[in-house]
Ligand binder design. Structure first.
Ligand code: ZN
Length: 225
């Protein structure tokens, strides 16, 4: 169950680290502690300011590690196997990229490589780079640049779009040839679910878990208006 809580408007004595601006109308608020499941919304436009994310933060590292393992499996095993009149062919994601390249569709190959391999794996590795030292209460070097990098990389990861494309192709081809789903097809399906859970965490929230232990967890409680 989620409840809406409006953040308090700025108080006279401002702590700059606790200020939060509305993404949609630039109204400025002071961050207040929220109960689990609560979210703060803008008084002026009703846009989402932030949500309580401590539970999401705790499961973030296990999710990222799971996503990396699934990604490895998805790229190692074939996605589909096709049997066309006794001729068997199978392909992996990397094999598909190579096939596109050798068919003189280099631009498409680059796009598939970027959106399904390069950007998703970069985001997962950047997340690991931040979360592993943070779990030991250490600040990883270049924290600010990596958080910005994750936000810039995120829109380019399109594994779910690729997954829909593969499913449509498999259904269409099944009328012409015998199509056997490979291990990677299932692991890709699981990866899409894990990624959806991982991407629901706003990387900007990582700043609040970087501060000295308990700084954001126990602020002076202000009643949300
Ligand atoms: Zn607003």
């Amino acid at each position: 169950m989620t409840q809406d809580t409006h953040a308090s408007p700025p108080a006279p004595a401002l702590d700059l680290h606790r200020l939060v601006a509305c993404e949609y109308c630039d109204a400025l608020y002071e961050r207040t502690a929220l109960a689990p499941g609560e979210r703060a919304t803008c008084l002026r436009c009703g846009g989402l300011l932030y949500r309580e994310s401590s539970r999401a933060y705790r499961r973030l590292l296990p999710l990222v590690v799971t996503a990396l393992i699934l990604f490895l499996v998805s790229n190692t095993y074939p996605i589909v196997e096709m049997d066309l009149k006794g001729v068997r062919t199978e392909t992996t994601l990397w094999g598909a990229v190579q096939a596109l390249h050798s068919d003189h569709m280099t631009l498409v190959a680059l796009l598939v490589f970027g959106t399904t391999i390069l950007f998703p794996v970069s985001e997962m590795l950047m997340m690991c780079y931040l979360l592993v030292p943070m779990a030991r209460h250490r600040m990883p070097p270049g924290f600010d640049r990596i958080v910005r990098g994750i936000r810039q990389t995120r829109p380019w990861g399109m594994i779910e779009v690729f997954m829909i494309g593969v499913l449509v192709t498999v259904v269409k081809l099944s009328t012409m040839a015998q199509v056997i789903p490979g291990v990677a097809l299932w692991s890709f399906g699981a990866l899409v679910v894990v990624l959806a859970a991982m991407l629901s965490f706003d990387p900007r929230d990582l700043w609040h878990y970087l501060e000295p232990a308990g700084a954001d967890q126990t602020p002076s409680r202000e009643d949300a208006a």
